[in-house]
Design a binder for this molecule. Sequence first.
Ligand code: NAP
Length: 338
Amino acid sequence: MTETALTVHQTARPHGFPTPADFAFIESPLPEPTPGTALVENLYWSVDPYHREMMDGDFALNAPLEGRALGRVVESRDPALREGEMVLHWQGWRTHSVVTPAEVRAVPHFDGVPLSAHLSILGGTGLTAYVGLTRVAELREGQDVFVSAAAGGVGTATGRLAGLMGAGRLVGSAGTAAKAAYLTEHVGYDEVFDYHTGPTAELLAKAAPDGIDLYMDNVGGEHLEAAISSLREYGRIVRIGTITQYNSTGAPYTLRNLPDIVEKSLRMEGFHLRNHFDVQEELNEFVVPHLQSGRIGLDETVVDGFGGIVDAFLGMLRGENRGKIIVRAAGAADSSGV
Ligand code: NAP
């Protein structure tokens, strides 16, 4: 184990897109666990769009950032935390964390499933997709689904899970032609368009000429307006996120077809993952056998080295990831858990 720890602090409030200058890596001696806590050496980190939302005011400046991380207990002063145990916690953006038993969740071992999966399809990303499809959309077999940011973490998980659940036609949108090709070739989407190539409403109408039953909305704005136009009567919109606005300095997009929600008896509902952590076991039971049989694969962009965490976060906001973006500690590849 190294002798010092690194922690990322936010040092300024960004106006629009954040830059590396809004963050600092702070070096300090290794923290020491006090009675009732344990020292965790972090191995995998999740960087997420919600971090950008929190940078506007929720994160304190010049203090350690929070985030999902997975690591190994290396020194324990509490019998509930065994040395060598793998745990998930929220004290991310740092190489080492001192945690209490209440702050962690033990990482279950599933034969053949890499540790990184606990931050992608089995993590908050997959759980968001699963809750959206089962609890909010109440997806039924044969229903046609449209997903925005389809090549991202939640978008790829939504495609994989909807396919397993027997959805009808799966249509997606993504930021490049290469991402679109990946989604149709590997993830199970039937049709994917690059939303930079024209007005979203026209692209969606062409990709789904017979309409859609369900829209899984990761982005808001023009995509949401397009989906309202393409939804069939009694269709549903699941509001997951609004990434079009997180870096925007302009006025929010104004939807021009709100009357269609009434005319077509549409239903729109948002949700927050923090209210659905009780669904985790059900997700594991549903997905793990399909990962183990190879029926579905992992969609992950893995960045090596904690020093790349800020660039990974900024790259994700720019759309440089394909699947869930995960940062992996140097040398952690050997702890894959497979
Ligand atoms: P992600 O999709 O892996 O990464 C973000 C993606 O958004 C980028 O790869 C980029 O892909 C796309 N994007 C960026 N700017 C865009 C724009 N202006 N218009 C359209 N697409 C844009 O991130 P994620 O973690 O899976 O999150 C996806 C969404 O789910 C976010 O809105 C997030 O806030 C939300 N979320 C909500 C919950 C909840 O509890 N409700 C939980 C987790 C995540 P392209 O190349 O395709 O542009």
